[in-house]
Design a protein around this ligand. Structure first.
Ligand code: NAD
Ligand code: GDD
Length: 341
């Protein structure tokens, strides 16, 4: 029986991935600091769920134990201290983000070698790309080869770059089979939608769902900053295809090339709500006065560049943003209703 270990499987992408692996017939073990997945029961996403802190090397040792002599065919390293712009760009969480995620990765990569795992996937981020290539909202450059000279705009991005290098170094020195994917803003159902760690698609859906007709929603910044968003089901498909080919280890972008402004994204959520809602772009001193920190906007433009993925994998993502936003809005709208009951 094929078996897989999903580290961070109590989270958004990890939960979707673990569910898919289980549906494929894998024996799936999840390890997460959370006691359970926020939305799914264990039997839907795994065969074994270990609650543990992967910053602790003893827990990581335990994480790799299974009834198959610890010999995992596939390991997915998704555990990280992460969140959207409101979490990683305020500066308040920089030390914890770097310390927590680096410790997890240092422990995990070492244990992968010790246990002779078949292959490990590491989830990096588009946040590792240099800030100077993402200043023009209409023409950002996120080609894989543009990573150096390095200049990420957040400590979260620097940690991702360090950990990419860590996994690649273990490949060179210990022959660990690795795959490094750089995720570009992944969104969808069963993800964080409230609380401060949510990303723009979930935030826009929540705000539109919570607001009465004739009301206004806040959108951070001037709304002209651009991003692309990949629905989580295609993210999982892209990860599995990448993981299961033998010739290319990355790093490679895993994202959508459908770039929109954040105001366009907000308008999509408003349209899906069917309500007449206006946008209030808030930034600068007004934002500082209201929230006590600078408006977390991040880079001015970002879009996935999928040439390399298409070349190597012969497959490309295709779900239009609006389609993914429809199912996401429906789900978040339900969560809002459940919360206000
Ligand atoms: P998520 O926060 O939902 O999942 C991460 C999981 O890691 C959480 O369940 C969390 O509890 C767990 N975790 C954190 N610290 C831990 C610890 N010390 N021990 C054990 N578990 C711990 O995030 P996600 O959106 O599912 O992202 C998964 C991975 O993909 C992360 O590495 C993230 O940095 C990366 N990524 C995500 C996006 C995105 O848009 N979602 C974009 C770029 C990169
Ligand atoms: N989160 C959020 N909430 N963002 C908002 C909001 C809001 O209410 N209003 C406007 N925005 C703007 C942010 O200021 C930012 O300019 C843009 O929407 C996108 O924000 P996020 O979706 O939160 O994050 P990001 O795209 O800057 O970074 C995300 O993607 C990276 C990969 O591309 C994060 O999830 C990172 O962790 C991830 O690595």
């Amino acid at each position: 029986m094929k078996n897989a270990l999903v580290l961070g499987g109590g989270g958004f992408i990890g939960g979707h991935l673990a569910k898919r692996l289980k549906e494929e017939g894998f024996y799936v073990k999840i390890v997460d600091i959370k006691p359970n997945h926020e939305f799914w029961s264990h039997d839907v996403i795994c065969d074994d769920y270990l609650q543990g802190d992967l910053r602790d090397p003893r827990v990581v040792e335990q994480a790799f134990e299974n009834k198959f002599s610890n010999n995992y065919h596939e390991v997915y390293q998704l555990a990280a201290d992460m969140g959207g712009a409101g979490y990683i760009f305020t500066g308040e969480n920089d030390a914890n983000v770097m310390h927590n995620s680096a410790l997890i990765n240092l422990n995990v990569v070492h244990e992968c070698v010790k246990n002779k795992v078949g292959r490990v996937f590491y989830s990096s981020s588009a946040c590792m790309y240099p800030e100077h290539n993402q200043q023009d909202p209409n023409n950002p450059n996120c080609e894989e080869s543009s990573a150096y000279p390095a200049n990420p705009d957040s400590e979260y991005g620097w940690e991702k770059l360090f950990s990419e290098r860590l996994f690649l170094a273990f490949n060179r020195n210990y022959k660990l089979s690795v795959r490094v994917g750089r995720f570009h803003n992944i969104f969808g159902e069963f993800g964080t939608w409230v609380g401060g760690k949510e990303k723009a698609p979930a935030a826009m859906c929540r705000k539109a769902a919570e607001t009465d007709a004739g009301g206004t929603i806040e959108v951070w910044g001037d709304g002209h900053q651009t991003r692309s968003f990949l629905h989580v089901t295609e993210c999982v498909e892209a990860v599995l295809r990448f993981m299961r080919q033998d010739s290319f280890m990355g790093p490679v972008n895993i994202g959508s090339e459908e770039m929109v402004t954040i105001n366009q994204l907000a308008l999509m959520a408003i349209q899906l709500s069917g309500k007449n809602i206006k946008i209030n772009n808030i930034g600068g001193q007004e934002f500082v006065d209201k929230y006590g920190f600078s408006c977390p906007v991040g880079v001015k433009g970002r879009n996935s560049d999928n040439k390399l993925y298409k070349d190597k994998m012969g497959w490309e993502v295709s779900i239009p943003l609006l389609e993914g936003m429809k199912t996401t809005f429906t789900w978040i709208n339900e969560q809002v209703k459940l919360q206000t009951k």
